[in-house]
Ligand binder design. Structure first.
Ligand SMILES: Cc1cc2nc3c(=O)[nH]c(=O)nc-3n(C[C@H](O)[C@H](O)[C@H](O)COP(=O)(O)OP(=O)(O)OC[C@H]3O[C@@H](n4cnc5c(N)ncnc54)[C@H](O)[C@@H]3O)c2cc1C
Ligand code: SF4
Ligand code: SF4
Ligand code: SF4
Length: 403
C-alpha cells in the first residue's frame, strides 16, 4: 500500500487521485469537511506513482525557468472588472491574454450548490466566475488531468490556484510544458467547506435563501471590503445584497481570520518561499502611497511577483489592458518568508464535533458571538465609512508621507 502525506501535511491538492491510473484513489471529506485521499486496496496495484506525485512528501519544487524576480502593482483598466475582482483585477488581464491566444484558463468557481470547485473556461465572458477570492478550499476534481490533455494537444493553459495546488499540479505533470502558465497568490490559509456549508445555512435562515457569496465585495471601497450575500447572479449584478458585513463582525470572516476553520496543513505551509514554483504570484496591496501615490484610489490594486521568463512575457503582453508600476523586488513583501497561520488556543476536535451536533445558531453564537464589543466595532466602522472619515484619514496619511 502506498504511503501518502500524513493528515497534518496533506494539503488536499488531489495530485495523487489525478495520477492513479487504476482509479484507486477517491478524495473524501473527513469530519472537518476537508478532502483527503482514500485508497481502495482492491483496486491499487502498488505502482507507487501517487507517492511520486505528492507535493507534501518532499521539499517544494523550484522553477526551472526562473529569472531574477521582479515586482509591480497592477490595476485592470476596465472599472467593472476591477470592481468585481478581489484587488486590482490582474488575474483577469492575464487570463484574457491566454484566451486571446486560443488558450484555456483554470480557476476556482463558486458553483450553484454553493461549493467551490476548479473548472476550465475558454471565453472571456466566463472569466467573471474566477473573479474574487473564494475563502473556502476549492475541489480540484480531475482538472489536473484535463489540463494535461490540453497541454499535450499543444494548447496554451493558464492554471490558477493556491501555492500548494500549483505544486501538486507540477508534481502531477512531472515535466515542464512551454505552453503552461501558472498563477498562485499570497495565501493566508484555506478554510473548511463543512463550516462554510454551516455558515450558508445560518446566514440563509437569518437573511433569506443565499446562492451567491462575494467574499470581498467593494461596495464600500477596497479598504472596507465586506462579505456580501445575494439571492442569485441577477441580484448580484444589480448589487442588491441580502446581507453585508465586514471582517469586524461577519461570522465567516472572523472564523477564517482567527484560524478556527483552517486546514491543518496551512499551519506548516512551506509552499510560499521566495522564489516560488509558479510563473506569477498575486496579492493584495492596501496602500500604494509608498510605491506610487497616483494609484492609491481605494478601488483595489494587485501586487504582482514575476518569477519566470514566461511570467515576464505575459506581463509585457498585457500592458495595454492595465495600469502598472514596477518597483524594486527587494522592497516588496514577496521577499519576506511567509508566516504560517497560528491555530488559536481552542479545542479543534470539539469545534468540529459542535459543527456536526449543534444547531447552526448555537454553533456560531459559541464560536463567533455577536457580542456588544462586536456590535460597537461594526457600528463605528460603518459610521466612519458613512461620514467619509476613512477618506480624510487616507488623505492625511498621504499628506504626511509626501509633504
Ligand atoms: C483563500 C485565499 C487566501 C488569500 N490570502 C491572501 C493573503 O493573505 N494576502 C494577500 O495579499 N492575498 C491573499 N489572497 C489573494 C488575494 O485575495 C487576491 O486573490 C489576489 O490579490 C489577486 O487579486 P486579483 O484582483 O488580481 O484577481 P481576482 O479576480 O481576485 O482572481 C482570483 C483568483 O484567485 C483564484 N481563487 C479564488 N479563490 C480560490 C480558491 N478558494 N482556491 C484557489 N484559487 C482561488 C481564482 O481562480 C482566480 O485565479 C488570498 C486568496 C485566497 C483565495
Ligand atoms: S500505488 Fe498506484 S495503483 Fe495504488 S493508489 Fe497509488 S497510483 Fe493508484
Ligand atoms: S498528493 Fe495532495 S491530496 Fe494527495 S496526499 Fe499528497 S498532498 Fe494530499
Ligand atoms: S496556506 Fe499553504 S497549505 Fe494552506 S492553502 Fe495556502 S498554500 Fe496551501
Amino acid at each position: 500500500m502506498p504511503t501518502l502525506a500524513s493528515k497534518d501535511l496533506c494539503c488536499g491538492c488531489s495530485a495523487c487521485a489525478n495520477t492513479c491510473k487504476s482509479d484507486a484513489i477517491k478524495m473524501v471529506a473527513d469530519d472537518t469537511g476537508f478532502l483527503f485521499p482514500l485508497i481502495d486496496t482492491e483496486k491499487c496495484v502498488e505502482c507507487g506513482l501517487c507517492e511520486y506525485s505528492c507535493p507534501a512528501l518532499e521539499k517544494p519544487l523550484s522553477s526551472k525557468d526562473a529569472v531574477d524576480p521582479s515586482s509591480c502593482i497592477v490595476q485592470h483598466k476596465d472599472d467593472i472588472i476591477r470592481y468585481q475582482s478581489t484587488s486590482g483585477g490582474a488575474f483577469t488581464a492575464i487570463a484574457e491574454f491566454v484566451i486571446s491566444e486560443g488558450g484555456v484558463v483554470f480557476g476556482a468557481n463558486l458553483e450553484d450548490d454553493v461549493v467551490v470547485r476548479h473548472i476550465a473556461v475558454e471565453n472571456v465572458q466566463d472569466l467573471e466566475k474566477f473573479r474574487n477570492s473564494k475563502y473556502v478550499q476549492s475541489e480540484i476534481g480531475d482538472t489536473f488531468l484535463q489540463a494535461k490533455k490540453y497541454l499535450t494537444e499543444g494548447r496554451k493553459v493558464c492554471f490558477s490556484g493556491t501555492p500548494c495546488q500549483i505544486n501538486g499540479l507540477k508534481k502531477f505533470l512531472k515535466k515542464d510544458y512551454p505552453n503552461l502558465l501558472t498563477v498562485d497568490f499570497a495565501c493566508k490559509a484555506i478554510p473548511s467547506p463543512l463550516i462554510f456549508k454551516k455558515y450558508i445555512e445560518f446566514r440563509s435562515k437569518k437573511s433569506g435563501d443565499i446562492k451567491r457569496v462575494v467574499f470581498r465585495d467593494k461596495k464600500r471601497g477596497f479598504s472596507f471590503c465586506t462579505l456580501a450575500c445575494y439571492k442569485d447572479w441577477q441580484q448580484q449584478k444589480k448589487g442588491k445584497s441580502l446581507y453585508r458585513r465586514g471582517s469586524e463582525s461577519d461570522e465567516w470572516l472572523r472564523l477564517f481570520l482567527r484560524g478556527y476553520s483552517t486546514r491543518l496543513s496551512c499551519t506548516s505551509c512551506n509552499y510560499q518561499d521566495c522564489p516560488r514554483v509558479s510563473d506569477i504570484s498575486l496579492g493584495d496591496i492596501w496602500d500604494t502611497t509608498k510605491i506610487t501615490p497616483k494609484m492609491n484610489d481605494n478601488k483595489g490594486t494587485t501586487t504582482v511577483a514575476i518569477w519566470t521568463e514566461k511570467g515576464k512575457v505575459c506581463l509585457d503582453s498585457i500592458r495595454e489592458k492595465i495600469r502598472f508600476y514596477y518597483y524594486p523586488f527587494e522592497t516588496s513583501t514577496w521577499v519576506k518568508p511567509r508566516k504560517n497561520i497560528k491555530i488559536p488556543n481552542y479545542n479543534r476536535a470539539q469545534f468540529y464535533e459542535d459543527a456536526k451536533k449543534l444547531p447552526v445558531e448555537k454553533f456560531f453564537a459559541k464560536y463567533a458571538p455577536n457580542s456588544l464589543k462586536v456590535k460597537i466595532k461594526q457600528f463605528s466602522r460603518v459610521l466612519i465609512w458613512k461620514i467619509h472619515l476613512h477618506n480624510i484619514i487616507r488623505q492625511c496619511k498621504h499628506f504626511i508621507i509626501h509633504r
